[in-house]
Design a protein around this ligand. Structure first.
Ligand SMILES: N[C@@H](CCC(=O)N[C@@H](CS)C(=O)NCC(=O)O)C(=O)O
Length: 234
């Protein structure tokens, strides 16, 4: 049975990487709804485990009630669903950029998160922070080289990869580990995303401030409502 409804993005707050999926949904012009998931409280619940057994955000419930997990899969799907607004480039280059961001860039922050989320002896926390700081600096250096001569990660137009970058890059400010202005290409890209109406919309949504959609946002649903639509198909 087909359920025919707007896709629902389950996004994590605070400061989740799901920001990166809200932005291209806005750019796409497609109708969509949002389901807010508090972390770590709700994301670790049994109810949310029905959406994503890995207990992570983001997740995307499709029009037929099936659920897609993992940022790279969700971002690729949104890009394919709106080729006129988000496509146009070589799909292999999008996969390449998303893979870099999902591994090298995202993972660089893991030691820093571990250090703040666990009560560790000071020497262990300091070692993790040093490791994370070096990894974040190295990842920014790599990204700066990728940005040489480009306005956007894939060249001359925004793509889902730029949104993914911005959702992760802000963690450098939270941890206070690098000065983004030391990486001018990266800094310009970050500024573009923060000024973009879709980027501003996503920040407003995260902070529960009045948010003006320039896309197809059709409102929030609760986790209970979303589970009612859920088809255990994925
Ligand atoms: N590989 C996953 C990673 C997702 C991930 O780590 N999500 C974080 C937020 S950025 C999360 O949901 N964490 C759960 C928690 O904080 O308990 C993806 O990119 O989809």
């Amino acid at each position: 049975m087909e359920i025919h409804m707007e896709p629902i993005l389950f996004y994590g707050v605070p400061e989740g990487c799901s920001f990166s999926s809200i932005v291209p949904l806005e750019w796409s012009g497609l109708r969509y709804r949002l389901c807010r998931i508090e972390m770590p409280g709700v994301v670790t619940s049994e109810a949310y485990a029905r959406v994503n057994p890995v207990r992570e955000t983001p997740a995307l419930m499709n029009e037929d009630g099936a659920i897609l997990r993992e940022s790279t899969a969700i971002l690729g799907k949104i890009a394919r669903a709106a080729p006129a607004r988000l496509g146009g480039g070589d799909p292999d280059r999008l996969t390449e950029a998303l893979a870099f961001l999902n591994t090298t860039f995202f993972s660089a922050f893991n030691p820093l998160w571990h250090a703040v989320e666990h009560a560790l002896p000071p020497s262990e926390a300091a070692a993790l922070r040093a490791y994370g700081t070096a990894a974040v600096a190295r990842a920014h250096g790599a990204l700066e080289r990728l940005m040489t001569g480009r306005d956007w990660l894939l060249g001359d137009r925004p793509s889902a990869a730029d949104a993914y970058f911005a959702g992760i890059a802000r963690w450098a400010d939270f941890h206070g580990v690098i000065a983004r202005r030391d990486y001018p290409g990266v800094d310009r890209l970050y500024g573009r995303l923060r000024r973009d109406p879709a980027g501003r919309f996503a920040v407003a949504i995260e902070h529960e401030r009045p948010a003006e959609s320039a896309g197809g946002f059709a409102g929030h649903v609760t986790l209970d409502e979303a589970l009612g639509l859920f088809r255990a198909a994925a």
